[in-house]
Design a protein around this ligand. Sequence first.
Ligand SMILES: [Fe+2]
Length: 209
Amino acid sequence: MSFTKEQINFLREAIVPYMSEKRYAHTLGVEEMAKRLGSICLADKVSELRCAALLHDVAKELSDEESLMLLAEYAEISEEDLLSPPAFHAFCAPIVIRRDFPEYATDDIISAAFKHTTGGEDMTLFNLIIFLSDYIEEGRAYRECTALRERLFAELEKAKGEESAAMIHRAALSELQATVAHLKEKGRYINPRTQRAMESLLKKGYTAL
Ligand SMILES: [Fe+2]
């Protein structure tokens, strides 16, 4: 699926009321990063990646209560997912996208938005680009994020053909491992989707970057 420049520009304006200035700046950073990574290894889906990036946090400013109300109607949520309030906005994003932005509700965009916080089993390259762009966009200043961004682009410079997609998988694995380590350190709940995302990358033979 591809979107025109006008559709992307429209969406960039349409999401403004859904988020704070700070989150909007982050969202534009994710769009830019998704465009950059997509041009390297998923060129036919760059416009769709940009729309997914613009929409990924569209439910982020809902309260837990509002999110739970939406989730009560969403059948694919498990008991375990209800233990992950920080991921509610990702689980709610497909509902908000289908309701308010139906013309952008493609399978790729819906699934990338759903998986952008916890990850999930068998993530597609499209899913991984959004997941990773959220973590390494230029506005992220945490050392883990900036270091991974630098490592990834250094590798992408040298990569040929298929190797760049493999680098995205490896960088996503690094992100997942860093996230799990961080959650463990803070004594916070780790959603099984995150564990499954890591396992499925490891099973495919990827190593962290
Ligand atoms: Fe985000």
